[in-house]
Design a protein around this ligand. Sequence first.
Ligand SMILES: CC(C)(COP(=O)(O)OP(=O)(O)OC[C@H]1O[C@@H](n2cnc3c(N)ncnc32)[C@H](O)[C@@H]1O)[C@@H](O)C(=O)NCCC(=O)NCCS
Ligand SMILES: Nc1ncnc2c1ncn2[C@@H]1O[C@H](COP(=O)(O)OP(=O)(O)OP(=O)(O)O)[C@@H](O)[C@H]1O
Length: 232
Amino acid sequence: MRIIGLTGGIATGKSTVSNLFKANGFPVVDADVIARDVLKKGSGGWRKVVAAFGEDILLANGEVDRPKLGQIVFGDPSKRQLLNRLLAPYISNGIFWEVFKLWIKGYKIIVLDVPLLYEAKMDRWTNPNIVVWIDPETQLKRLMARDRTSAQDAQNRINAQMPLDLKRSKADIVIDNNGLLEDLDENFKKVLDQVTKPLTWTEFWLSRQGAIAAFMLILTGVIGCKKLLARV
Ligand SMILES: CC(C)(COP(=O)(O)OP(=O)(O)OC[C@H]1O[C@@H](n2cnc3c(N)ncnc32)[C@H](O)[C@@H]1O)[C@@H](O)C(=O)NCCC(=O)NCCS
Ligand SMILES: Nc1ncnc2c1ncn2[C@@H]1O[C@H](COP(=O)(O)OP(=O)(O)OP(=O)(O)O)[C@@H](O)[C@H]1O
């Protein structure tokens, strides 16, 4: 099974690209959707967050006031780290189970859309890693337009993530999304060819999955030899 990592900065177009994957029949596990689920009223994540941030962050119906919590954590790195620490175990658990369910269903390629793929070091489990990249001015403009937010708030959210150029330098594949949506469609077609091409044996043995397979083979060999030696 191949798990493709899809990441980028806030509002660079990850969801737009993940919709293209879906339209081509690929299952997508969306970390933002899981992060929303683990913060629903009454859940374990909700209880931890309310205990840490107080009931002031709740709406009248008991759900978390997301814009309010967003303003708190995106304006204060220590509060953001606290929120990340509280929710990370629930989010990674949720991602694991979604991937597991898709694996049981027999999917051979799964796309993992995780904004904080590199920050959370989840890129260890995904290959190849795709970064959707745009220049800083376009990112600020698209974020402000989509979320109808101020330049300051948008910039705080951008600054809360690993610099996009650093993510770009770590990527196996970069999708440049500065152009029109039609350009993105064209770029995506090339990426699709790349990620669906089966690995050559050399690529496989050089990949993380190959290293795990090699380790398992060696382990099986060592155990087999020990059993054989014990018999003679
Ligand atoms: C602070 C919250 C309540 C704000 O909710 P809101 O509805 O305004 O934003 P939403 O969840 O749709 O996130 C929008 C984007 O913000 C960015 N973002 C979200 N959380 C974080 C974070 N902790 N650090 C950096 N960027 C983040 C991502 O690019 C995400 O795609 C929410 O983002 C949250 O619960 N964040 C913590 C969980 C998390 O880490 N989510 C990211 C999944 S890996
Ligand atoms: N090529 C493009 N041209 C113009 N607008 C675009 C393009 N690609 C995406 N957008 C718009 O930019 C905004 C951000 O895109 P999208 O929501 O896909 O980003 P994202 O990376 O998933 O964001 P987040 O990190 O918040 O989840 C959306 O309003 C989307 O419609």
